[in-house]
Structures are given as C-alpha cells and as structure tokens.
Design a protein around this ligand. Structure first.
Ligand code: 0K2
Ligand code: SF4
Length: 316
C-alpha cells in the first residue's frame, strides 16, 4: 500500500538545553565517582525516560531530603532548591552536589541581592513548581510575593510600593510574561528588575522556533512530559501561533493517529528536558505511516555549554 505524503517540519532549536545536559552528566559522574546508590532530590529534569535510564544505572529519586540516608551522596535537580535544603544536607554532613542550572542560580543571586538592598521581591512564576519553590526559598518565608497572571498584579499587597523588585521563572511563556511585567511597571513605576525578564535562552529560542513553524502545520506535537513547564508552554505557543491541534506527547505510542487523520503536514519540537532519542522515535512513527519529507524550521543556532565540574567537589 502506498503511504500518503507528509511534510514534517522539525523545529530548531528543540530538545536538550545546556542546563539539562549538565544536570544529567552530574548524575552520571556522581554514579561513577561514588557508585550506586546516589540519591537525587526530585526528577533531575522532568522526563520519565531520562529518570528511568538513570534509575537503571543506580540513581534513587526522592522528593525530600529526609528520604535520603546521611551516608550516601545526594544531587539537587536542575530546577534549584530552597536555601534550607543544602543547609540541612550540610547539617547532616551529607555529600551533596547541586545540579541547579547556572541560569536558575543567577536568578537566585538576583533575588538575594535585591533583598539585601532592602527591596521586597515579587516572583513571576507557577505556584508549586519546583523552580518557583526554589527561587522563593532563597529568601525568608513571606519575603517573596508570587504573581502568576496579569490579574494577580492588582492583588499584590506590597509593604512599600516604591521598594519592590521582581524576578521570574526561567521557563515561562515569553509573551504572557511581557504582559505581566508591563502590568507590574504600570502599577509600581519604581519596581526594579532584569532588562526584560529571567526567561532563559533555551526557553526563548524554542518558543521562537514554534512561532515560525506553527502557521505552516496542520498539527503540531511537542515531545515532553506533562510536568515539564517549558514543554507545556511550547504547546500553548503553538496553539496561539495558529496551529489549533498542538499536543504534548511523551513518546510515540502517545500519538493520537485518529486525530491526525487527513493531515498533510506535521510540526515537531521538543521541550528542553526531552532527549533526541524520543524525538527520533516520534519521527520514525510518522515514517512508518507516511512518505515523509523533512523540512527544518531553524530560527536560531545554539552553542551554549555549561561546564560540568571535572571532579565533583564535596562541600566543606
Ligand atoms: O520546564 P521545567 O522547569 O518544568 O523543567 P524541565 O522540563 O525539567 O526542563 C529543564 C528546565 C529546568 C530548569 O529551568
Ligand atoms: Fe537552564 Fe534554561 Fe535549560 Fe532551565 S531551560 S535548565 S534555565 S538552560
């Protein structure tokens, strides 16, 4: 039977970012250095395939430090942790390695600096997300006010409206955040913050590529996990940019072929925590059913790399 033709648009950049790559390597190096088991507090990155592969090599994933024994190393995930977490690990004299992405750590430092200058902080982020918990947890309880939407800005109860600063989660929707930042500036003209926001290069680039790709596609799939904030934002960006059927899939078996019936083009991208193996698995599933012509939609070239410490340092 002849296969129907299909144009497969492939977004670039897509998939792993420098922070994810570094975090995974840190777990692998820790396993080599200390042997199994090495504990990891929270999924090192939000991807089941990555977590399962590391678990197979001897990593043990837990949500809280009190689930770890004192005498085994523990790694903190790429999303960052509240200050109390390394403090507790140090108190228990544990070996710990912080795999927080350097771009998240940069936001932690910004928040601490504003606090030292006596400014009250506002964080634009998603409630309950580990990165938001980690960034807010850099300062004492109650010092950071969370804002999720433009509507939340009106509800901010500032100690002194003239002494405020803001930071953001690194994986937000660029366009939604522009609106929230504008609302903050409108209500608090003296608010201090980054030039635009703290959204990282990888989040920005993946959203830009989707914006260029979505209008060409009959449907779009984002390879990524349901708990991956940056992946979910790509689905939203795809829908808003003109591709009404934009869906998240973890792996090829998640594809709803019936919903794709009759398409002539498909767009494929992946969140920053989705490995290329899974993207290839999805592409191969299309090749099985269609006569595929791949067209790249490249809006940026990334060459960011974060150094992994050559020798994992044990904190003093
Ligand atoms: O996008 P999320 O913050 O939910 O996290 P992941 O899907 O694990 O992607 C890596 C980003 C980690 C920190 O920014
Ligand atoms: Fe770092 Fe951005 Fe990747 Fe998060 S998405 S790990 S902030 S590079």
């Amino acid at each position: 039977m002849t296969k129907p033709p299909l144009t497969l648009y492939l977004a670039a950049p897509r998939g792993f970012c420098a922070g994810v790559d570094r975090a995974i390597k840190i777990v692998e190096m820790a396993l080599q250095k200390w042997g199994a088991p090495v504990y990891v507090r929270h999924e090192i990155v939000h991807n089941k395939y990555v977590v399962d592969s590391l678990r197979d090599k001897g990593a043990v994933f837990v949500e809280e430090l009190d689930e770890c024994p004192d005498d085994r190393p523990v790694i903190f995930s790429a999303h960052g942790v509240p200050k109390a977490v390394p403090a507790e690990a140090a108190k228990r004299e544990m070996i710990y390695v912080d795999a927080t992405c350097p771009l998240v750590s940069k936001v932690h430092i910004e928040a601490a600096r504003h606090h030292e200058n006596g400014l009250q902080m506002i964080m634009i982020g998603h409630e309950g997300h580990p990165e938001t918990i980690g960034t807010m947890g850099q300062l004492p309880e109650g010092e950071v006010l969370l804002v999720e939407t433009v509507a939340d800005v009106a509800k901010v109860d500032a100690r002194d409206p003239e002494r405020l600063a803001f930071v953001t989660q690194t994986t937000l929707s660029v366009d939604d955040t522009i609106d929230i930042v504008a609302a903050l500036h409108a209500r608090f003209p003296k608010i201090v913050g980054p030039h635009k926001e703290d959204i990282c290069y990888a989040t920005t680039n993946r959203q830009e590529a989707v914006k260029a790709m979505a209008p060409k596609c009959d449907a779009m799939l984002v390879v990524g996990a349901p708990n991956s904030s940056n992946s979910r934002r790509l689905v939203e960006v795809g829908s808003k940019a003109g591709c009404a059927y934009s869906q998240l899939v973890q792996r090829a078996p998640d594809i709803d072929w019936r919903a794709l019936d009759g398409i002539a083009s498909i767009g494929i991208t992946a969140g920053a925590s989705a490995p290329e193996e899974l993207i290839n698995e999805v592409i191969d599933a299309f090749r099985d059913r269609y006569e595929v012509t791949v067209e790249m939609v490249e809006t940026a070239v990334e060459n960011v790399e974060f150094k992994v410490p050559r020798v994992l340092r044990v904190p003093a």
